[in-house]
Design a binder for this molecule. Structure first.
Ligand SMILES: CC(C)=CCC/C(C)=C/CC/C(C)=C/CC/C(C)=C/COP(=O)(O)OP(=O)(O)O
Ligand SMILES: O=P(O)(O)OC[C@@H](O)CO
Ligand SMILES: [Mg+2]
Length: 258
């Protein structure tokens, strides 16, 4: 059995303590064009992207390994699997978000996939990041809600979100991921993020529908530790540098305050 390290977990918790925010770019293996990918990676390095999240609810083009190979060739940015199911595990990544979909009541996404994946993960050497994954209602039916067959938490019920996150933390989950779902009509609200921030001590990852730097700023001010952007950058590559600049500015201001 391979011994795994805690490099990324330690990074996430120390940054949370220091109130330093991180930027994660979601790469959908079905949408990345490997021919132009090196240019994109160069831009990610220039803009000091902290993490790549690699995954999707449904992946049809099984090229995760090629994607990770290209990332490793051109950058040192840690690559974290963001799997939709156990078929999306690739040992060449640095870590995996071991998501339990705690906002839903589908046993397969709460524990079923995990039982199947566990022996492979133990052998893989991947750093495992136990994460409570919470879907928040976002104005439209998202792929992840449909595929996982779970209903999201109502967006006007911060109390439900807070209790769900507390339960996840008490169960031993080390991160909470608040996701409005990819391409969400509106992102997770400040009210929901604040309620969760006030209820748990874990790092909070926030994604879904963050397609402007203002939305990233709102999430950070509410207590998000990691900002995830996928669709917004697929549609407009300039968003990468805009969000990166916004996060950098936020972190610089924090340094002055503390
Ligand atoms: C235990 C293992 C290895 C897997 C289970 C993992 C769980 C519980 C996943 C939760 C549900 C799920 C399907 C998450 C996938 C989230 C994800 C990577 C979303 C990215 O966006 P898409 O939902 O693919 O949206 P698009 O339609 O825009 O591509
Ligand atoms: O694609 P977007 O809407 O940025 O969402 C990112 C991610 O949090 C989805 O699971
Ligand atoms: Mg996808």
């Amino acid at each position: 059995m391979k011994i795994t390290n805690h490099k990324i977990a330690d990074l996430l918790s120390s940054r949370k303590e220091e109130k330093r925010k991180s930027f994660a770019v979601l790469l959908d293996p079905d949408k990345v064009d490997l021919a132009t990918f090196p240019d994109f990676l160069e831009k990610a390095v220039e803009n000091e992207v902290d993490f790549f999240f690699v995954g999707g609810s449904l992946i049809t083009n099984y090229a995760i390994d090629q994607l990770i190979l290209a990332i490793k060739k051109h950058t040192n940015i840690p690559t974290i699997l963001f799997p939709g199911n156990g078929l999306h595990i690739d040992q060449s990544a640095d870590a995996i978000l071991f998501l339990s979909l705690i906002s839903g009541r589908n046993p397969d996404f709460l524990i079923g996939q995990h039982v199947i994946a566990a022996p492979m993960l133990k052998k893989s050497g991947l750093e495992v990041l136990p994460t409570g994954y919470m879907l928040i209602e976002s104005g439209k039916l998202t792929t992840v809600s449909y595929i996982s067959n779970t209903i999201p938490i109502p967006s006007d019920k911060p109390g439900i979100a807070a209790c769900t996150a507390m339960a996840g933390e008490l169960l031993g989950l080390k991160n909470i991921f608040l996701d409005a779902g990819s391409g969400a009509q509106y992102p997770v609200s400040a009210e929901i993020i604040e309620a969760v921030r006030a209820s748990v001590d874990t790092p909070i990852i926030v994604g879904g529908g963050i397609n402007t730097s203002e939305k990233a700023l709102t999430a950070m001010q509410a207590g998000a530790d990691v900002i995830v952007v996928g669709n917004g950058i697929e549609q407009n590559q300039n968003l990468l540098s805009e969000v990166a600049a916004c996060i950098k500015m936020f972190n610089l201001q924090m340094e002055k305050v503390y």
